[in-house]
Design a protein around this ligand. Structure first.
Ligand code: GSH
Length: 261
């Protein structure tokens, strides 16, 4: 089984935690020129018209989209289960995942555009970072309500809802937007970091994040056309970054989702 990945991607991290929780062997590969929209790495490019990671190759089966991959893993390797048992708890896990994959991811991604790629500097960067901090606090408050007094988002044990929150909250921590120390959310983050599946996935994330120091130089020489899609594009605009979008279009270093133009 082969997983096309990038260790920074929160979507990829969800899948790697699930594979490791289920004890499934897998190899990883970083598609060449990921982030340019022009990768020809086979069979990745043929398997996924969006040329996004994660993409999973399991024999003749090729699957894109982290949620669809998680469903596939749960269907093919039901033990140990990652979704809780009751329909209501399963729906709750999926709602938590939905919020994290859309609204939460867009904030983290936007911060990456500023910190890693230096799309905005000075006062504009500060305005956008402040918007991200307010939005992150709102989402973390919502997540704290979902966690309630329990130990796990998924119910009685670690599962789908936990692995769906993990990469996003950890990335907030990386960007100095961790939940207040001692809060239930902060203690949950400490708790999951003790799990081998999560610890290893987070270590891979950290190493990749540490290597992003010169990403803005690679952007300047045309290595990337970053994908400004759906919630990410909305985030840029609602957080004060409409000029970032216009500059990216005129410099041809952003693109929209497939099919383009
Ligand atoms: N809905 C997809 C989103 C995947 C996605 O956006 N992946 C990003 C990395 S975080 C990607 O591969 N982007 C390719 C690019 O920017 O060229 C999922 O859940 O897997």
């Amino acid at each position: 089984m082969l997983l096309y990945e990038h260790p920074l991607s929160s979507y990829v991290q969800k899948v790697k935690i699930a594979l490791r929780e289920k004890g499934i062997d897998f190899a990883v590969e970083l598609p060449k020129a990921l982030g340019s929209g022009t990768t020809t790495t086979a069979p990745f490019a043929a398997a996924n018209p969006r040329v996004e990671v994660p993409t999973l190759i399991d024999g003749d089966t090729r699957i894109f989209d982290s949620t669809v991959i998680l469903e596939y893993l749960e269907d093919k390797w039901p033990t140990p289960p990652l979704l809780p048992a009751s329909p209501a708890a399963r729906a709750k896990a999926r709602m938590i995942e939905e919020i994290c994959d859309t609204h939460y991811e867009a904030i983290n991604w936007g911060l990456g555009e500023i910190r890693f790629f230096r799309r905005a500097e000075g006062a504009l960067a500060e305005t956008m970072a402040a918007a991200a901090a307010r939005q992150t606090a709102a989402i973390q408050a919502w997540l704290a309500d979902q966690l309630g007094l329990g130990d796990w988002f998924n119910g009685d044990a670690f599962g789908w809802a936990d692995l769906a929150v993990a990469p996003y909250l950890n990335r907030s921590r990386y960007f100095d937007l961790a939940p207040a120390s001692g809060s239930r959310l902060a203690r949950w983050l400490e708790r999951i970091r003790d799990r081998p599946s999560v610890a290893r996935t987070f270590a891979e994330f950290q190493a990749a994040a540490d290597a992003m120091g010169d990403a803005y130089k690679r952007l300047a020489v045309g290595s990337y056309r970053r994908e400004y899609r759906d919630h990410r594009l909305e985030w840029m605009i609602k957080s004060g970054g409409i000029q970032v979008v216009l500059d990216g279009l005129s410099n041809n270093n952003i693109r929209f989702s497939w099919p383009e133009g």
